[in-house]
Design a protein around this ligand. Structure first.
Ligand code: 13P
Length: 257
């Protein structure tokens, strides 16, 4: 049996805790880290709290991610943040192509791929998000949609030696309390692994594929137990340090069992 990849559990805070409450939450996550030695922990606060949270995480094993980024280095892009700015704020990761960006802000596969290439070139590790809508799943198009999304950024991942992560987040499972069952998640994760493997064995073995969409304390263990599920991208449950820690503990228990 191939050894499990080191799990990565990332908390996407979305548009919550952009000020002092974010710093408090980061402090609580930092306190959890010493008991979670076999899991990589990432928090993704809103832009306004990034630098303060990164300061709080300094010297701990908790890393900080942006939730989005513009691909250009600088320029007249009001309201946007560049890769360099995320690095300066203390980020090592950036979530890109989240379905909320694709849905509400019209981000195309090509634009997401451009951002992923820019993040890698700047020295950030992307968490590249993919996932189908309910209509696409019901039309039997899940794998076709996810393949299209992955193929758009695969050349950028293959061209870089910096390890990235991919998050499979079925859109119908985000914030709904519904989640893909472990077998449904594993099917898509295994397909993603195979597309990566066709590009390079190394890429397939080094890229962690996270599951996201209503991951909670009570379903984390089952979801994370699948061989191609290397961690979780957690939304709502990451806003509470105890539940985020519990999900990370489930990943830790599986990786050391
Ligand atoms: P929920 O865990 O709240 O469903 O959100 C998932 C998500 O979108 C993480 O990026």
């Amino acid at each position: 049996m191939t050894p499990r990849r080191r799990p990565l559990v990332a908390g996407n805070w979305k548009m919550h805790h952009g000020g002092s409450t974010g710093v408090e939450l980061a402090t609580e996550v930092v306190r959890l880290a010493p008991s979670l030695l076999h899991v990589d922990l990432v928090i993704a606060p809103p832009f306004t709290a990034l630098a303060a949270c990164a300061h709080e995480c300094d010297g701990s094993r908790v890393e900080v991610a942006g939730q989005n980024m513009h691909p250009k280095d600088s320029g007249a892009f009001t309201g946007e943040v560049s890769p360099r700015m995320l690095l300066d704020a203390g980020c090592t990761w950036v979530i890109l192509g989240h379905s909320e960006r694709r849905q509400h802000f019209g981000e195309s596969d090509a634009f997401v791929a451009e951002k992923i290439a820019a993040a890698l070139a700047a020295g950030l590790r992307p968490i590249a998000c993919v996932g189908e809508t309910l209509a696409e799943r019901e039309a039997g198009r899940t794998l076709a949609v996810v393949e299209r999304q992955v193929r758009a950024f695969l050349p950028a991942l293959a061209a870089s030696s910096r390890p990235a992560a991919i998050a499979y987040e079925p859109v119908w499972a985000i914030g709904t309390g519904k989640n893909a069952g472990p077998a449904e998640a594993q099917e898509v994760h295994a397909a993603i692994r195979a597309w990566l493997q066709a590009a390079s064995m190394e890429l397939a073995s080094d890229t962690r594929i996270l599951y996201g969409g209503s991951v909670k304390l009570d379903n984390a263990r089952d979801l994370l137990a699948s061989p191609d599920v290397d961690g979780a991208l957690v939304g709502g449950a990451s806003l509470d340090a105890a539940s985020f820690g519990g999900i990370a503990r489930a990943a830790e228990a599986l990786s050391t069992s």
